[in-house]
Ligand binder design. Sequence first.
Ligand SMILES: [Zn+2]
Length: 240
Amino acid sequence: MAGSLKTEGIVLRSLRYGEADRILHLYTPDRGRVSAIAKGVRRTRSRFGGRLEPFFRLRLVLYEGRSELLTVTSAETVAAYPHLRTHAAALDGAARACEAVARVFDDGDPHAGVYHLLANELVLLDGEPARAGRANALAFRLKLLLAAGFAPHLAACASCGESEHLMGFSGAAGGVVCAACEASAFPLDQEAHDFLVAALGLPLADAPDAPPRALAQAERAILETLEHHAHVRLHPLARG
Ligand SMILES: [Zn+2]
């Protein structure tokens, strides 16, 4: 199946390789996560310029040979997101978003929705760097869960369907649980529940903020859901 693959892609990671090359981890709409080598990119006269860095959204031509590693033959910038690179919090938010995408999805597991979600997050952090923070990062992760098919059940007990006396959150059950089913759950305040519902339902740019205690519970709910259903353990977010 040797040939050229034309695709867009967002650079998740960019690693030095050998004397002049780079290995890129990319997320693409049609192939999901792919790895590609860009040769000679670290020479001063490289035709790729500086655009093979993390967060760049690129229009790519990749050569696909027998190796799993594709080869970058052409790369044009679709978006560089220059503003987010000058704000520490926005840069951190972009790095965590790319890390989450890289860890939740394996190679060859494409979700076009994830590609657009990541692009939206980068646009948001670039346009309004002050939005970067824990609430934004959690809203992004919730939408990632939704795109991956692991969105938590929030309307009724995830174990028995009871819609009242919802007391806690259980990663194993995959959502909120009632008093009778709460054995493996941790307490979830109303504010944390409200945040999860709003962040999941609203556009990323309209995701609400919440008090630290509610955000901490929301983060735990997301982390436990990922651990139980995607078998992925993400790094905790910094406070703020
Ligand atoms: Zn129940």
